[in-house]
Design a protein. Structure first.
Length: 168
Protein backbone atom coordinates (compact mmCIF):
# COMPACT_ATOMS: atom_id res chain seq x y z
CA UNK A 1 0.00 0.00 0.00
CA UNK A 2 1.32 3.44 -0.90
CA UNK A 3 1.34 5.76 2.09
CA UNK A 4 1.99 9.46 2.44
CA UNK A 5 1.54 12.33 4.84
CA UNK A 6 1.46 15.97 3.75
CA UNK A 7 3.39 18.63 5.60
CA UNK A 8 1.13 21.08 7.51
CA UNK A 9 0.28 24.05 5.29
CA UNK A 10 1.88 26.50 7.73
CA UNK A 11 5.20 24.65 7.23
CA UNK A 12 5.14 24.69 3.41
CA UNK A 13 7.50 27.42 2.15
CA UNK A 14 6.37 29.55 -0.81
CA UNK A 15 8.29 29.36 -4.09
CA UNK A 16 9.73 32.18 -6.13
CA UNK A 17 12.11 35.10 -5.95
CA UNK A 18 10.72 38.60 -5.43
CA UNK A 19 7.08 37.51 -5.22
CA UNK A 20 7.00 34.10 -3.57
CA UNK A 21 3.73 32.21 -3.75
CA UNK A 22 2.39 28.78 -2.93
CA UNK A 23 2.59 26.43 -5.89
CA UNK A 24 0.56 23.23 -6.40
CA UNK A 25 3.74 21.12 -6.62
CA UNK A 26 5.09 22.67 -3.41
CA UNK A 27 1.81 22.04 -1.62
CA UNK A 28 2.52 18.29 -1.89
CA UNK A 29 5.55 18.59 0.39
CA UNK A 30 5.49 15.67 2.79
CA UNK A 31 6.64 12.11 3.40
CA UNK A 32 5.94 8.89 1.50
CA UNK A 33 6.65 5.17 1.72
CA UNK A 34 5.31 1.79 0.64
CA UNK A 35 3.92 -0.78 3.09
CA UNK A 36 3.89 -4.46 2.21
CA UNK A 37 3.08 -7.46 4.40
CA UNK A 38 6.80 -8.29 4.67
CA UNK A 39 8.11 -4.79 5.41
CA UNK A 40 8.37 -1.23 4.17
CA UNK A 41 10.09 0.33 1.18
CA UNK A 42 11.67 3.74 1.55
CA UNK A 43 12.10 3.63 5.31
CA UNK A 44 15.24 5.18 6.73
CA UNK A 45 17.26 3.21 9.24
CA UNK A 46 17.15 4.54 12.83
CA UNK A 47 20.84 5.54 12.49
CA UNK A 48 20.00 7.77 9.50
CA UNK A 49 17.01 9.28 11.33
CA UNK A 50 19.31 10.27 14.20
CA UNK A 51 22.23 11.33 11.97
CA UNK A 52 20.06 13.66 9.89
CA UNK A 53 17.59 14.61 12.66
CA UNK A 54 14.66 13.55 10.47
CA UNK A 55 11.09 14.29 11.53
CA UNK A 56 9.91 10.94 10.15
CA UNK A 57 11.74 7.79 9.03
CA UNK A 58 10.57 8.34 5.44
CA UNK A 59 11.74 10.51 2.53
CA UNK A 60 10.78 14.15 2.90
CA UNK A 61 10.03 15.40 -0.57
CA UNK A 62 7.14 16.33 -2.81
CA UNK A 63 4.59 13.50 -2.76
CA UNK A 64 3.56 14.36 -6.32
CA UNK A 65 7.07 13.40 -7.49
CA UNK A 66 6.51 9.86 -6.20
CA UNK A 67 3.06 9.86 -7.80
CA UNK A 68 4.61 10.83 -11.16
CA UNK A 69 7.09 7.95 -10.84
CA UNK A 70 4.28 5.51 -10.09
CA UNK A 71 2.28 6.68 -13.11
CA UNK A 72 5.23 5.87 -15.36
CA UNK A 73 5.74 2.52 -13.63
CA UNK A 74 2.06 1.67 -14.10
CA UNK A 75 2.54 1.35 -17.85
CA UNK A 76 5.41 -1.09 -17.37
CA UNK A 77 3.28 -3.27 -15.10
CA UNK A 78 0.46 -3.71 -17.61
CA UNK A 79 2.14 -6.65 -19.34
CA UNK A 80 4.15 -9.48 -17.76
CA UNK A 81 7.88 -9.48 -18.45
CA UNK A 82 8.74 -12.35 -20.81
CA UNK A 83 10.61 -15.14 -19.03
CA UNK A 84 13.74 -14.72 -21.17
CA UNK A 85 14.04 -11.05 -20.11
CA UNK A 86 13.28 -11.50 -16.43
CA UNK A 87 16.89 -11.65 -15.19
CA UNK A 88 17.65 -8.49 -17.17
CA UNK A 89 14.74 -6.60 -15.62
CA UNK A 90 15.09 -7.93 -12.05
CA UNK A 91 18.78 -7.03 -11.81
CA UNK A 92 20.13 -10.58 -11.50
CA UNK A 93 21.59 -10.54 -15.04
CA UNK A 94 25.36 -10.61 -14.64
CA UNK A 95 27.35 -7.54 -15.56
CA UNK A 96 28.86 -7.68 -19.01
CA UNK A 97 31.85 -5.83 -20.32
CA UNK A 98 31.23 -3.56 -23.25
CA UNK A 99 33.27 -4.27 -26.38
CA UNK A 100 36.50 -2.34 -26.84
CA UNK A 101 35.28 -0.74 -30.03
CA UNK A 102 32.39 1.66 -30.18
CA UNK A 103 30.40 -0.36 -32.74
CA UNK A 104 27.62 -0.98 -30.19
CA UNK A 105 27.08 2.74 -29.53
CA UNK A 106 24.03 4.05 -31.32
CA UNK A 107 22.77 0.52 -31.98
CA UNK A 108 18.97 0.69 -31.73
CA UNK A 109 18.89 -2.75 -30.06
CA UNK A 110 21.21 -1.59 -27.27
CA UNK A 111 19.16 1.57 -26.77
CA UNK A 112 15.97 -0.50 -26.68
CA UNK A 113 17.45 -2.84 -24.04
CA UNK A 114 18.45 0.04 -21.75
CA UNK A 115 15.06 1.71 -22.29
CA UNK A 116 13.33 -1.55 -21.38
CA UNK A 117 15.36 -1.97 -18.19
CA UNK A 118 14.72 1.62 -17.10
CA UNK A 119 10.96 1.16 -17.58
CA UNK A 120 10.92 -1.04 -14.46
CA UNK A 121 12.95 1.29 -12.22
CA UNK A 122 11.80 4.15 -10.04
CA UNK A 123 14.40 6.94 -10.10
CA UNK A 124 14.99 8.29 -6.61
CA UNK A 125 18.10 10.22 -7.58
CA UNK A 126 16.68 13.29 -5.85
CA UNK A 127 17.00 11.51 -2.46
CA UNK A 128 20.22 11.27 -0.48
CA UNK A 129 21.60 7.72 -0.65
CA UNK A 130 18.75 6.69 -2.92
CA UNK A 131 17.82 3.03 -3.22
CA UNK A 132 17.22 1.13 -6.43
CA UNK A 133 13.52 0.30 -6.55
CA UNK A 134 12.41 -2.14 -9.22
CA UNK A 135 8.92 -3.40 -9.95
CA UNK A 136 7.80 -5.87 -12.57
CA UNK A 137 5.01 -8.24 -13.35
CA UNK A 138 5.52 -11.86 -14.41
CA UNK A 139 3.94 -15.29 -14.21
CA UNK A 140 4.90 -17.86 -11.54
CA UNK A 141 3.28 -21.31 -11.75
CA UNK A 142 0.41 -19.83 -13.74
CA UNK A 143 -0.18 -16.99 -11.25
CA UNK A 144 0.13 -13.32 -12.16
CA UNK A 145 2.66 -11.78 -9.75
CA UNK A 146 3.86 -8.20 -9.22
CA UNK A 147 7.24 -7.90 -7.50
CA UNK A 148 8.71 -4.86 -5.75
CA UNK A 149 12.41 -5.04 -4.99
CA UNK A 150 14.35 -2.40 -3.06
CA UNK A 151 18.10 -2.70 -3.39
CA UNK A 152 20.30 -0.73 -1.05
CA UNK A 153 23.73 -0.13 -2.43
CA UNK A 154 26.60 -1.14 -0.10
CA UNK A 155 27.99 2.41 0.13
CA UNK A 156 24.72 3.57 1.70
CA UNK A 157 24.49 0.96 4.45
CA UNK A 158 22.60 2.11 7.54
CA UNK A 159 20.71 4.75 5.57
CA UNK A 160 17.65 2.77 4.47
CA UNK A 161 16.44 -0.38 6.17
CA UNK A 162 17.70 -3.67 4.65
CA UNK A 163 16.96 -5.25 1.31
CA UNK A 164 13.28 -5.93 0.99
CA UNK A 165 11.48 -7.92 -1.64
CA UNK A 166 7.72 -8.12 -1.79
CA UNK A 167 5.19 -9.76 -4.04
CA UNK A 168 1.51 -9.07 -4.41
Amino acid sequence: MFRFELRPLADVPPWGGERPKLHWFGLTSGWYWVELPDGEFLRYHDDAVRRWALERPYPSYYVVRFWEDLLVLRWALEEPVPEDLLSFVDGSFGAREFPEDDDWMGDDRVDAAFDLKSDYLVDFGYLTDSPILRAWRHTVDGRDVVVFSQEIRPAEERTLTGRLDGMS
